[in-house]
Design a protein around this ligand. Structure first.
Ligand code: MN
Length: 276
């Protein structure tokens, strides 16, 4: 059997909203997805001044779920279903766009603050992508500790804990934190593909030294993964069954055909995106 893949993927700097610089790890030219995870932005950690926080005005989505994991700071979510929800550290916001939703994400006030967050998109399978839009706030996620690491189960199941986050394909999302030197072997599912992003600090994963700005794609066919940290560190581990459908990602849309993308774009530009 061949050794599992290891690919180092450089996250690219990108600007969201009114000039906030983030690092985008997915999609990248060599790697579009990890399971159904099809987008990964890492924002911060940063301090911002007055009127300099996240300001992402109303914009549409189709065919995906947006999954926000807040590490530091606060962001206000507002959407076309009428939800207004502040997300705080250790919480997840999940917005299921389905056939269409509009949302905005902004710093809670115009005061200076801190921001550290990951925002991911999850492609909806074909049978689910036209469903009614929905929004869910998860104020608390299950945690488990092992070998000096604290694992927060953001999505899927891990070590007997199940995330409450409502998903439509087999996925794993784990936040892994240590306050000092630690090492362990994580149990993995061989049929899943995996990737890891260091959020803070430095780690050695599957023998690869890793710091923020690089996504480590780990392939599938692994039943365990070595993880070593010499000091305080935080890691995002993503996994999932390889997504079997070809998707088209353009702007804020996940679709299957160019015609669908063009229709959604025209509807948005002409002001009748949510009109049925
Ligand atoms: Mn959005």
């Amino acid at each position: 059997m061949r050794a599992p893949l290891v690919e180092r993927i450089a996250a690219r700097q990108s600007v969201i909203g009114e000039g906030l610089m983030i690092r985008r790890a997915l999609p990248s030219p060599g790697r579009r997805m990890i399971g159904a995870w099809c987008f990964l932005d890492h924002a911060g950690p940063m301090h911002y001044g007055p009127n300099e926080g996240l300001q992402v005005g109303p914009h549409p989505h189709i065919g995906l779920q947006t999954f926000t994991w807040m590490i530091e700071g606060q962001v206000m979510h507002r959407d076309s279903l009428g939800y207004e929800q502040i997300i705080r550290p250790q919480q997840v916001n999940l917005m299921t766009a389905g056939r269409g939703i509009v949302h905005a994400e902004d710093a809670v006030d115009n005061q200076p603050g801190t921001l550290h967050a990951a925002q991911l998109w999850i492609a909806l399978p074909d049978a689910e992508r036209h469903r009614e839009p929905a929004f869910d706030h998860y104020p608390e996620l299950p945690t488990v500790t092992l070998d000096n690491f604290c694992f927060t189960v953001l999505a899927g199941d891990y070590m007997g804990k199940t995330s409450p986050v409502k998903l439509y394909s087999p996925l794993l999302g784990l936040d892994i934190t240590t306050s000092g030197a630690a090492n362990t072997h994580l149990s993995l599912q061989p049929e899943f593909e995996y990737g890891a992003l260091v959020l803070r600090g430095q780690a050695c994963i599957a023998g690869e030294p890793l710091s923020p700005c690089t996504l480590l794609y780990l392939g599938s066919q692994r039943d365990q993964l070595s993880l070593t940290c010499d000091a305080e560190c935080q890691i995002l581990l993503l996994g999932g069954e390889p997504f079997q459908e070809d998707i088209l990602v353009w702007w804020n849309f996940v679709a299957r055909t160019q015609a669908e993308i063009e229709l959604a774009t025209t509807q948005w530009n002409q002001g009748h995106f949510l009109v049925r």
